[in-house]
Each structure stands twice: as C-alpha cells, then as structure tokens.
Design a protein around this ligand. Structure first.
Ligand SMILES: [Zn+2]
Length: 312
C-alpha cells in the first residue's frame, strides 16, 4: 500500500481521551476545519467520524507520552484562551499544504495514489507531529498545542514540520515496519527511530526542497549555530558509538542515550541535542549512494550501515 499526496482535515480535539482534573472543560467543543468552512462539532462526533485515526493517535500518546507531559500540555491549553491563535495557525498550515504537496509529486506513482490525511489537533502534547500507521492507512498529525507553546514564531516552523512529517508518512507507507508500533525491544526502538528520522529529514530536503539546516532545525538555529551543531555531532560520533554499544548490551547502563541522541526536553544549548538526526541522515545518504532510493529499504538492509557508521 502506498499513500501519497494529501487532503487536509483540521480537527481541534479537546483531548477528550485524557483523564485530567478540569471539569469546566468537559464540554469543550471540538472545531472541525475540513478546508472550508469551519464548523463546530462535539468531540464524540468527531471521534466517531475519524475513529481509526483517533485510535491510532491515542495509542501514540500512550506510547510516546508520560502523564506529566500530557498534563502540562493540557494545563497550557486550558490556561490560555488560545482558540483564535490555534485557528490562525491551522489556516497558515492549510495554506502551506498545497505548496508542500507539490513537492511530493516525484514520489507518487500514479497507479498507487492515495491521499494522506493531515490532522491538525489540539492534542496530547507529546510531539509536534508525526505520521501514524494502522492497517493500510497512513496519516500525519500536527499538534497545535505544541507549536503554540513554542512562542510567537511558531508558525514559521510549519513548512519545515509539514515537509518532515510527510517524509515520515511517505516512508511508512512504503515500510510500515518502521512505524512506532512496530519497534520491538530497545534495540529496534533506537535503530528504527534513528533511521526513520534520518529518512524523513533526508526526504524533506527533496520534498520541499529544504536546505540541510532547514531540514534539521527549521529556523530555530541560525547558520553559525547549525555549523556548531554539525561539529558537535561529528566530534561526538565515536563517543555516541560507545554509549550505543553499551546501551544495546544492557539498556540500564545508559538510559539517557536515546534522549541525548533524539529528543529535546529543554531548550538549553540546542547545538548539543538531536545529533541522532544528523547521524541517521548521514547513514541514509550513504545507503542511497550505493543502492538508490531508501524508501524500499527494509530495516535489515539498513542495520549494517548503522553498525559500520558507529564503528567507524
Ligand atoms: Zn521525525
């Protein structure tokens, strides 16, 4: 099953699936924005109409999130009367979709053409976006809560984010084995995440197209900070290689290595974070130089490249 190009469905989800203390928001309406016009619907109705997506999204929130993170996101949502901001952001995202979608055409083979729905949700707050897979369906979601939480320039990230998440969606539609629910055990969790981020980042440079700096960091880092980040990743490669080796042998020895490679939990010195995106992209490009497109590559095909990259 191959899924490409997209329709956009904008859902403002009141996080009805999350158990929290906020009784005055229990009746919060959900806005559904499906191109035009904007409508207001009850959460239950929206979930019913998009049940398969929301089941996958709930599972993502449970797999990826902690109660703490979700509680913080919801607190933010409810402490800020941000509906107008969210709607404005949703419209900006919508206006970008066609632009970004045009870049997908080279990846589309006409006989395997399906739309990729993009859900814009006021979501559980664990990730700004991702691609989800269930059976033969692939979706992209963007969590507006996370973007709104970033401050006034959040919308500038939108095109980088969309290109990246669509990169995930294209990849997962070719290789669903890389999707979050198909990562079994700590080794696959690390390797498939690192590869999936490398593939999505690499694809985003072709989809939009983006420069490497934009693909890795949008406009969060400026050029000199980006160069500093590349130098950091290069200089730490051997050290990360050693830490990964230890982690794979016994994950309790270095439980922070996955977060140090891939996640941003705070915004202090970003030039020392997410080096895994750099490594994943380098590995994917090395694979493509030898074999052509990485989209059809199975996990097992890529593992030798991971091992030799970190051994080198
Ligand atoms: Zn990603």
């Amino acid at each position: 099953m191959i899924v490409l190009l997209l329709t956009i469905k904008v859902l403002f989800l009141g996080c009805v699936h999350v158990q929290t203390q906020a009784p005055h928001h229990e009746t919060r309406p959900v806005l559904v924005h499906n191109l035009v016009p904007v409508q207001i619907e009850e959460p239950g109705e929206v979930r019913h109409d998009h049940q398969v997506f929301f089941e996958a999204y709930d599972r993502f929130c449970e797999l990826a999130g902690t109660d703490d993170v979700r509680a913080t996101a919801l607190e933010y949502l409810w402490d800020n009367n941000e509906t107008d901001d969210a709607l404005a952001l949703a419209r900006k995202l919508e206006s970008l979709v066609e632009d970004v979608a045009a870049g997908l055409k080279p990846f589309v083979s006409q006989d395997r053409f399906e739309p990729i729905p993009i859900y814009l949700v006021l979501g559980c707050g664990v990730s700004d976006g991702y691609a989800l897979v269930a059976d033969d369906d692939v979706w992209v979601f963007v969590d507006l809560v996370v973007l709104l939480h970033r401050g006034r320039d959040y919308w500038k990230q939108a095109r980088f984010l969309l290109a990246h998440e669509l990169g995930h969606a294209i990849h997962f539609s070719y290789q669903p084995d890389f999707a979050i629910e198909s990562r079994h055990g700590h080794e696959e969790e690390l390797w498939k995440t690192l590869l999936a981020e490398g593939i999505a980042t690499h694809l985003s440079t072709q989809i939009y197209p983006l420069s490497d700096k934009e693909a890795f960091w949008g406009d969060i880092l400026d050029s000199s900070e980006h160069e500093k980040w590349v130098r950091f990743a290069e200089s730490e490669r051997n050290d990360f290689g050693r830490r990964i080796k230890d982690y794979l042998e016994d994950p309790t020895t270095d439980p922070d290595v996955v977060a140090d490679l891939l996640y941003v939990h705070d915004f202090d010195d970003l030039t020392r974070k997410r080096a895994g995106y750099y490594y994943g992209t380098q590995i994917v490009r090395e694979y493509e130089q030898r074999h052509g497109s990485v989209l059809e590559a199975a996990y097992e095909d890529l593992v030798p490249y991971l091992l030799s990259y970190f051994d080198g």
